[in-house]
Design a binder for this molecule. Structure first.
Ligand SMILES: Nc1ncnc2c1ncn2[C@@H]1O[C@H](COP(=O)(O)OP(=O)(O)OP(=O)(O)O)[C@@H](O)[C@H]1O
Ligand SMILES: [Mg+2]
Length: 290
C-alpha cells in the first residue's frame, strides 16, 4: 500500500481545520479555559441501521463534558465502534442527531491497530496528518517533536516501526492522533492487544496526556478495570440494538497505582461489572433456550 492510498481516517486524521502551527497551541488553551464543565457533545437517540437490516444502534443517547474521559463499555457487537465512527463523521446515522453546543472540535482517532507505515520513521509517521494538510516537514518539526514528547517517545523519532515494541507503536499512533492538538480524542480499544503491565502504564500516561492537552476523551474498552481507572464516567451499553443503559460516575480524585487496590475502586468495579452482566443476561437466556 502506498501512502497516498491511506484514507485519512486510517491515520486518525479527522475534520482538520488548518491553523498555522504557532496558533494551534494558543487556541487550544483558550478554548479549554472558556468551556470547562460544559457539554462538548450531546447525542440524541442515535440510530444506525445498516443496509443488510442490522440495527446496530437504537435510541443511543449520552453527553460528553468538556475535558472529561467517558468510557463506553459493552459486549462485543453492541455498537461502540459504530458510535465512534458516527461521531467522527466516518459514517452517517439513520436517525437521531449529535449536537456540538460549543462548536465541533478537531477530532483525533486512535484505533485498536496502530496502522503505522512500516517504511517511514516514527517522526514521519507522526508528521503524516500534517503532511496531508500541506504542512512541510520543516514547518511540522516543532509539533511532531511536541507530540512525541507528550507520549514519551522524544528519543525514538528516527526509529522504524519494526524497531518498536507493541506499546511504543501504540504511543506513536497516539502521537499521530494528537499532533494536530484535537479537542476530542476518540479511542477504540487502543490498548486491547497489549500485555497487562504495558496497558496499565499507558492508562496512566493517557491521563497525563489528557491533562496536558486539555482534550476530552471518548474511550471504548471491554475492560471494567481499565474503564474504572481511566474515566470520569462510564457509559454501559447493551446490545441488540445497541444503546446506553447506565452511566456510572467515577468519583476518584487521584489516579495512581494505589487506586487499583483501593476498596472503593473494587466496589465501583463490582457495580460496573454487575451493570455490564445485566446487559448480557437476555442474550444468555436466549442462547440457553435454543
Ligand atoms: N458496515 C456494516 N454493515 C453491516 N453491519 C455492520 C456494519 N458495521 C457493523 N455492523 C454490525 O453492527 C453491530 C455493531 O458493530 P460494532 O462494530 O459497532 O460493535 P462493537 O461494539 O464495536 O463490537 P466489538 O466490541 O466487537 O468491537 C454488529 O452487529 C455488527 O455486525
Ligand atoms: Mg468495536
Amino acid at each position: 500500500m502506498q501512502e497516498r492510498d491511506l484514507p485519512l481516517h486510517a491515520i486518525g486524521c479527522i475534520n482538520r481545520q488548518e491553523k498555522p502551527p504557532g496558533q494551534r497551541f494558543l487556541c487550544r488553551r483558550i478554548a479549554c479555559k472558556g468551556l470547562v464543565m460544559s457539554h462538548l457533545l450531546v447525542a440524541h437517540a442515535i440510530e444506525r441501521r445498516f443496509d443488510n437490516g442490522v440495527l446496530a444502534l437504537e435510541k443511543a443517547s449520552f453527553h460528553l463534558e468538556q475535558g472529561e474521559v467517558l468510557s463506553l463499555l459493552g459486549a462485543s457487537g453492541c455498537g461502540k465502534s459504530t458510535l465512534l465512527r458516527l461521531i467522527a463523521d466516518l459514517d452517517v446515522a439513520t436517525g437521531g442527531r449529535i449536537d456540538w453546543p460549543g462548536g465541533k472540535p478537531k477530532i483525533g482517532f486512535v484505533f485498536q491497530d496502530p496502522t503505522l507505515m512500516p517504511w517511514a520513521t516514527v517522526f514521519d509517521n507522526v508528521w503524516l496528518p500534517l503532511r496531508f494538510a500541506g504542512v512541510s516537514r520543516k514547518a511540522a518539526e516543532a509539533d511532531v517533536r511536541a507530540a512525541l514528547d507528550l507520549v514519551g517517545l522524544e528519543d525514538a523519532a528516527d526509529l522504524y516501526p519494526r524497531e518498536l515494541s507493541g506499546g511504543m507503536r501504540m504511543r506513536v499512533s497516539i502521537a499521530r492522533a494528537v499532533v494536530d492538538r484535537p479537542g476530542l480524542l476518540l479511542m477504540d480499544e487502543p490498548f486491547a492487544a497489549l500485555d497487562e503491565i504495558t496497558r496499565q502504564r499507558l492508562n496512566a500516561d493517557l491521563l497525563d496526556l489528557r491533562a496536558k492537552l486539555g482534550a476530552s476523551v471518548l474511550f471504548v474498552t471491554h475492560s471494567v478495570a481499565e474503564a474504572t481507572f481511566l474515566s470520569d464516567r462510564i457509559a454501559v451499553m447493551a446490545p441488540r440494538p445497541g444503546r446506553i443503559v447506565a452511566v456510572h460516575a467515577v468519583p476518584f480524585g487521584r489516579r495512581d497505582e494505589a487506586l487499583r487496590t483501593d476498596v472503593a475502586y473494587a466496589r465501583l468495579s463490582a457495580e460496573v461489572s454487575a451493570s455490564l452482566r445485566a446487559t448480557m443476561e437476555p442474550l444468555t437466556r436466549a442462547n440457553a433456550g435454543r
